[in-house]
Write a protein of this length. Structure first.
Length: 501
């Protein structure tokens, strides 16, 4: 199978001017045609037979200040790559764009309907508005910057037809933001980090063994959320979206927990592939009247934790302590929904849906300590200063870039790692004294094995034999670095919370 990136047919006429809609300049000159992506399919998918009575769908897309050429290309790919009788309508919800909007375009197909919000509502409420207008028995949610491949729709509809409490997701490929080249990505499942962000994960051995062929669906603990098919009745029965969530962010994690805990299932379907353009920014993160960046995501995460995560919400609050005091609104309606549907506990979800995440818990000995990592002499905390380099800063108690965890990934070994995220480790690239640590993905060339003997103890790198210390630098002030172990006060460190003495 050819997995190389493919270049779209239209050639850029202007590669220097800034582009609309947060995409590269090529978006100015894109035509509706889509590239030939048939070679991306698993060969057996081409011969797969589907029922004749698949449900007709209403496709719902939301956009705000999107490049019109990109939206038109998305619409064209849906229509051109789908059996005509299965597309009942394409509902576009313009979330109060203040640039020329698509309703003025005369090239739209008859099946396309446009709704326009007079004021910004955000992704969540805009999708709900689209569903209210939908006439089809099934809904397919798509982002407005996608490209469908041949045969993308039938596999999704076949899965929800077989089990009407299924949420079916395509394999999501990558479309380059600047060149619009289509690139096939490795087949992965979806999971979540303990700060409730979506993450791609490898399909575990048990799930691979359960499947009988390469085109069998994969059970997915968490969906990416932008692209999926679902029966309209089931979507409404299961609680649609939490309407008290703000704008954008966390709704995919909330819906994933809810579907699984309340008797449904989420699947990724290998024979369905859709390319997706990752925007260079997220316009939905900046719409609150007080202009507080990301406040909507904080509200949403807190609502997810309080309604669905039971005792496991401690993992979110350890990473983002400020969320414990945030005003997340009334959750009584969502709690009543959980009770009415007879939903399972989050412990059940962890054991039956996401056992790999269950292994990474305090109870299983994975976490030894976490929180701020404070130098007891300097009174400063390690801080992920620029996204990679580890420095020192005043301790602020807000987690985030000052959250570090001491982990023991393999129970039978003394190896311990220190990291900020679930797959990130702190270490040094070299073995020389006075090198400052950095953060990279684990097992990626760092000396990342550490020994720590409890509160006030040293942090000894087991691979270099050097200890983490602090000292003054003429240009950068107080900094953290590794040097010979002296057990002096400047080499005394403490996490906020310890679990294993």
């Amino acid at each position: 199978m050819d997995t190389s990136a493919r270049t779209l047919r239209p050639q850029a006429q202007d590669t220097s001017a800034p582009s609309p809609g947060h995409f590269g300049p090529k978006s100015r000159t894109l035509r509706p045609q889509v590239q030939d992506t048939s070679a991306l399919l698993v060969p057996v998918c081409l011969h797969e037979m589907y029922p004749d009575d698949l449900p007709q769908v209403s496709v719902v897309m939301i956009f705000h200040n999107e490049a019109l050429s990109v939206v038109l290309r998305s619409i064209h790919s849906v229509i051109s790559q789908s059996p005509p009788h299965l597309i009942g309508e394409i509902i576009l919800v313009d979330d109060s764009s203040d640039k020329p909007h698509i309703s003025t375009n005369t090239k739209l197909r008859d099946k396309v309907k446009i709704l326009r919000n007079p004021k910004r509502e955000g992704l969540i409420r805009s999708r709900l508005k689209g569903v209210q207008q939908a006439q089809g028995p099934a809904i397919v949610f798509l982002d407005s910057h996608i490209e469908c491949t041949p045969g993308w729709l039938e596999p999704l509809l076949a899965r929800i037809r077989k089990n009407n409490s299924t949420v079916a997701c395509p394999v999501i490929d990558h479309i380059d933001t600047k060149t619009f080249a289509y690139e096939q990505l490795k087949f992965l499942a979806g999971g979540f980090t303990w700060d409730l962000n979506f993450m791609w994960i490898y399909v575990n051995k048990e799930e691979m063994a359960r499947r009988k062929s390469a085109i069998d669906p994969v059970r997915c603990p968490v969906m990416a959320g932008g692209l999926f098919a679902i029966y309209k009745d089931y979507f409404q029965h299961i609680g649609a979206y939490d309407q008290a969530m703000e704008i954008y962010g966390g709704e995919n994690v909330e819906m994933s927990f809810r579907v699984w805990q309340c008797g449904g299932r989420i699947e990724t379907v290998p024979c369905s592939r859709v390319g997706h353009i990752e925007r260079t920014d997220k316009p939905y993160l900046y719409v609150r009247s007080n202009d507080t960046k990301d406040i909507n995501i904080e509200v949403n995460k807190a609502r997810v934790a309080e309604v669905w995560m039971d005792e496991y919400k401690r993992y979110l609050y350890a990473r983002e302590p400020q969320l414990k005091n945030i005003s997340y609104g009334d959750i009584s309606e969502r709690q009543a929904l959980r009770k009415r549907l007879g939903c399972q506990s989050f412990q059940w979800y962890m054991e039956n849906v996401y056992p790999d995440r269950l292994e990474q818990t305090v109870e299983n000995g994975y976490y030894r300590a976490w929180g701020e990592l404070r130098n007891l002499q300097a009174g400063l905390c390690l801080d992920l200063m620029d996204g990679r380099g580890v420095g020192l800063w005043d301790c602020h108690g807000q987690g985030g870039q000052q959250f570090f965890a001491l982990r023991r990934p393999e129970k039978r070994k003394a190896l311990q790692t220190i990291g900020t995220g679930d797959m990130q480790c702190m270490g040094t690239e070299g073995t020389e004294r006075f090198e400052s640590p950095i953060i990279k993905y684990c097992h990626n060339g760092l000396h990342e094995s550490w020994y720590h003997n409890g509160k006030g103890g040293i942090l000894l790198n087991m691979e270099t034999g050097l200890c983490l210390d602090v000292g003054q630098n003429a240009t950068s002030g107080t900094r953290a670095f590794v040097t010979n172990c002296t057990r002096t006060a400047s080499q005394s460190w403490a996490f906020s919370e310890y679990f294993i003495p």
